[in-house]
Design a protein around this ligand. Sequence first.
Ligand SMILES: [Zn+2]
Length: 509
Amino acid sequence: MKSLMKPKVTIELRLTILLIALCIAIISYLGCSSSSPEPQVLARVEVPGYIEDLNLPVYAGIEDGTETFYALVIATRTQLDNAHVTYRIIDKYTPGKRYLIALEEYEGAREEAAGLVNVLYDDGEHIIVRYTFAVSELLSEIGFDSSLMNDHPIWSGKAASGAAARSNLSSAVASFEKNLTVEKMLNAVTQNEIELYTEYLSGEKQVTVDGKPVTLSTRHTYKAGTKVLEATQHVHDQMKAMGLTASFSTWNYHYKDEDDPDFVPIALMGRNVAGEIRGQTNPDEIVILIAHLDSISGKDDETAPGADDNASGCVGLLMAAKIMKDYKFKRTVRFVFTTGEEQDVIGGKAYAKSVDDARENIVAVLNLDMIGYSKVLDPPVKPMQQIKIRHAKFKTAYEKDLPVAQTYINVVNTYGMNQVFEVKLTPDGETCSDHAPFWEVCTSREENSACYSAAWAIEYAEKGFINPKMHTTNDRIKLNGKYHMNLPYYEAIVKAALGTAAHLAEIAP
Ligand SMILES: [Zn+2]
């Protein structure tokens, strides 16, 4: 029995094995042909040295609540393991998925967000959530400043083949000295004018647009009708009246939520305004002062005065334009007013893309966003003010931005604004305003991994210090008849910005 059965079992067994082998071959063939590579993940990666040491594509570099810098990387687990880094997976990534990096401005906002949206990661200072237009609007209402994580790496994982992208402003910083013409320009800045211009933009006083009196009660980018168009027209007309060339540039924004078939696609259109003083000897080298003109306040945005956020920055640009147009500079100076900033910097991104597409030679960008408020401490102390650039752990980028920040600091400390506030170099790489697109727009071009030199001047923005009325209907110059904004501080920052632009553009002989 045993001996008789043996050959039969063996044949059956062989056939079965053959069949199984065939199945495995077919399955693995189908698997390969449908090409399912290893899925990618979004991960937090620790950076013991520099970003440039990471052999991984980095999409953002930020500081957590303990001021520990980390990189956000999109890669496979195998890539992460092979890079020998410490990492923590935040989300399964699928192509096309976008993330919001939201910075908590109001204490308690992170806790509130946790009950309202799906928080993928909370670093003690920022939360990371999947981007949808609605989530972005919600987060800004409850006290976040958010930015959309880049859709291409800021660091590709390998060094550029060309020379390191150094700023050509370094020599200007090294030879910085007080200039009497610049001093004259700074002396022309007055607090009265700053207040008046802020009253116009924040709806406290009427302006004339197309011959009609208008109250700019809101400058929200897409709610409350045509107010933002009137605001852009007002700024345009002011620059024209000052004798600058001024022009509009339209942007378009489309958003469709792939995961929600019932979602009505969003199509927004807006316009930025720019004025220009053409350079005398190096007109192709451009120094940009930028500020967002739009505002936001909450549910209906019918009233969004945005006096500090960000009429203040716009007034800084207008004052600088008004004074600088009477002087001559080697380089071109451009004053750019964006809209859609409160919707994850839509207008600023469009603007940066347009100048990068045209390969304009942008030598420096200074962004003014919230420059008019300082918290009153008891006993009173000299307020602080921040100039933000990219993180020192992103070495090439930090070195590229540093001359802009250093010029700003030199101006503050040389022309006496340090009597009013103490300036603090803050290389935290925060991306939630109009300077950030200039850091990011060209990083996908291999020869330009550090992109443009840009810095952000802002009131002291650490948690508990930033204007508590930001993004509310009470973001006004005065509250209950008393100044809520700090006019001498505001004036000193306007002077600092003007002086920085003048030094970067260089007085023409
Ligand atoms: Zn702002």
